[in-house]
Design a protein around this ligand. Structure first.
Ligand code: PEP
Ligand code: MG
Length: 565
């Protein structure tokens, strides 16, 4: 039986199915506070282990979980529920009920970060409950494929190396924490596999699963033909990965030498090392939200300056694009006192925040300008959620005011900032010519552009497959953006997930995009996919994609085109 889901981490695996279960293993600890403290200590240790192994993105997930474990709201809420109970199992159930209630509040807010956080809260509740009841997760005893409704990230992270061959989950999205972990571990994963639970629950204990993470397929009890196909796909992929790695020292270019800069998206200064190791030619998107979330007040200008300077120093002469805070509405910060909104994705987010929180953005711009003093590259400042020419005027005004303020105080700053915008709202794509005359560069945010062009919430599991950035409508919006940029003579980059998809990267270059920025782990494959085609071939590919009727028809070009991906 063959099921289809959303590709979340490439690779092929075949092995026995493993569903995580709990077993009695130790002495119960029926004290919620003590159990929460122990859970936080275990999670901190897990985070430190991952950080030592250079896996900073995954480490951050568990650092956040450690804080959640000791969150007074969770602990006190659970204590109220457990009031008068003495049976460890009943107390554990109270903790899980409290965590589930907190998670459902978060899950109701349409935001992918909060949806992932909801899964984390449930995961943390489960961990505290296990300590209280003296239970532990029964880990697989042989290399296996995890099959789950939603694999708790901390369970996945605790499976010893080599025992987790792949992940198939019924819920989640490509940005859920289980998917991020799978990518970090380099194991295949398919998410949002509808019917997986129903098909596997009744299967016997010796069920074998075949997984193709790039194709998004899950095969239950594969027959000899299916096994041969999976094996062949695995071998092709291993050979392609090997060949792609060998190109690391070369700059991004098509087979006929047309240059395409390949840069990395980073979320913290510590990510720079991994990006440089992967051959990134700079940073195309430095998401700065990490500085603002999980704290009770805004970061100081000095703290921000240090973080930005660290990345500018690491990248030397290579460009670094620092994005202004992309938060608000759907991603509330307690200290901003933002009002809850009915449609947060259409509300006060990104640059729009400056309407009511000008000081916050001015402080960030001053920090970027200060970080650039003495740096070997000109800092590139980028605003998210730009919809109107007036937004750019607002941005230019903010930059001028921040620079004038530093000058008035005699504070050293970069002589110049390059000022760019994200094109991620349909109006910006349609007004690209007018906007391009007013900025130094464009970077297309294909994640949000897809959500807004197709009117499909990027966090809605029901749209995970349909909200495809390769839909011809999104590609046509990108074509308009490139036309506007080209007419004004500015560079146009793409920094959404599409840039890290080899077929997507090929089409984008065919459309005239000059720079692609992606997770460092995607660079090898994208470099190889571009090197395998001439610019002319990619232009023809892009023309065919623009003329297609559906996203599926665009994806089918990959097979016909015979791309090495
Ligand atoms: C995007 O929207 O494509 C993007 C890169 O920004 P984010 O995913 O942070 O919204
Ligand atoms: Mg965006």
């Amino acid at each position: 039986m063959r099921l289809t889901g959303v590709p979340a981490s490439p690779g092929v695996a075949v092995g026995p199915a493993w569903r995580h279960a709990e077993g009695q293993s130790g002495t119960p600890l029926p004290d919620i506070r003590a159990a929460a403290t122990r859970a936080a200590a275990d999670l901190t240790e897990l985070a430190e282990r991952l950080r030592r192994a250079g896996r900073t993105e995954e480490a951050a997930i568990f650092e956040a979980q450690a804080m959640m474990a000791e969150d007074p709201t969770l602990v006190e809420g659970a204590e109220r529920r457990a009031n008068g109970l003495t049976d460890p199992d009943a107390i554990a159930a109270a903790v899980e009920a409290e965590a589930r209630a907190a998670a459902s509040t978060l899950a109701a807010i349409p935001d992918e970060l909060l949806a992932a956080r909801a899964a984390d809260v449930r995961d943390v509740g489960g961990r505290i409950a296990r300590i209280i009841a003296g239970r532990s997760i029964r880990l697989p005893d042989r290399p296996s494929i995890a099959v789950a409704d939603d694999l708790p990230p901390s369970v996945a992270a605790e499976i010893p190396d080599g025992l987790l061959l792949g992940v198939a989950i019924e819920r989640g999205s490509a940005v859920s924490h289980a998917a991020i972990l799978a990518r970090g571990l380099g194991i295949p994963a398919v998410v949002a596999v509808s019917g997986l639970g129903a098909a596997t629950r009744t299967a016997d204990a010796n069920l074998t699963i075949g997984l193709d993470g790039a194709a998004g397929t899950v095969v239950l009890d594969p027959d000899a033909d299916e096994l041969a196909m999976l094996r062949a796909a695995g071998e092709r992929r291993a050979a392609a990965v090997e060949a792609a790695r060998a190109l690391r020292d070369q700059p991004g270019a098509t087979a006929d030498g047309h240059r395409v800069a390949l840069l990395a998206n980073i979320g913290r200064p510590e990510d720079a090392a991994r990006a440089i190791e992967a051959g990134a030619e700079g940073v195309g998107l430095f998401r700065t939200e990490f500085l603002y979330v999980g704290r009770s007040d805004a970061p100081s200008e000095d703290e921000q300056t240090r973080a930005y300077r660290a990345v500018l120093d690491d990248f030397g002469e290579h460009p670094v694009v620092i994005r202004l805070i992309d938060i608000g509405g759907d991603k509330p910060l307690p200290y901003l006192h933002l009002e809850a909104e009915a449609n947060p994705f259409l509300g006060m987010r990104g640059l729009r925040l400056a309407q009511d929180n000008r000081a916050l953005q001015l402080e960030q711009i001053r920090a970027i300008a200060r970080a650039g003093a003495g740096a070997r590259s000109v800092p590139r400042l980028m605003a998210p959620m730009v919809a109107l020419v007036e937004d750019v005027e607002l941005l230019r005004g903010l930059v001028a005011e921040a620079e004038a303020d530093l000058d008035a105080r005699g504070v050293a700053r970069s002589a110049r900032l390059e000022v760019g915008i994200m094109v991620e709202v349909p109006s910006a794509a349609l007004m690209a010519a007018e906007l391009a005359r007013r900025v130094d560069f464009f970077s297309i945010g294909s994640n949000d552009l897809t959500q807004y062009v197709l009117a499909m919430d990027r966090t809605h599991p029901g749209f995970a497959a349909a909200a495809d950035a390769l839909h011809p409508s999104v590609l046509r919006a990108i074509r308009e953006t490139v036309r506007g940029a080209t007419a004004a003579g500015i560079e146009v980059a793409v920094c959404g997930e599409l840039a890290g998809d080899p077929l997507g990267a090929q089409i984008l270059v065919g459309l005239g995009v000059n720079e692609l920025s992606m997770d460092a782990g995607r660079l090898d494959e994208v470099r190889a996919a571009l090197a395998a085609r001439t610019r002319g071939e990619l232009v023809a590919l892009a023309d065919a994609a623009l003329a297609a009727d559906t996203a599926a028809a665009v994806r089918a070009l990959r097979a016909r085109d015979g791309a090495p991906v």
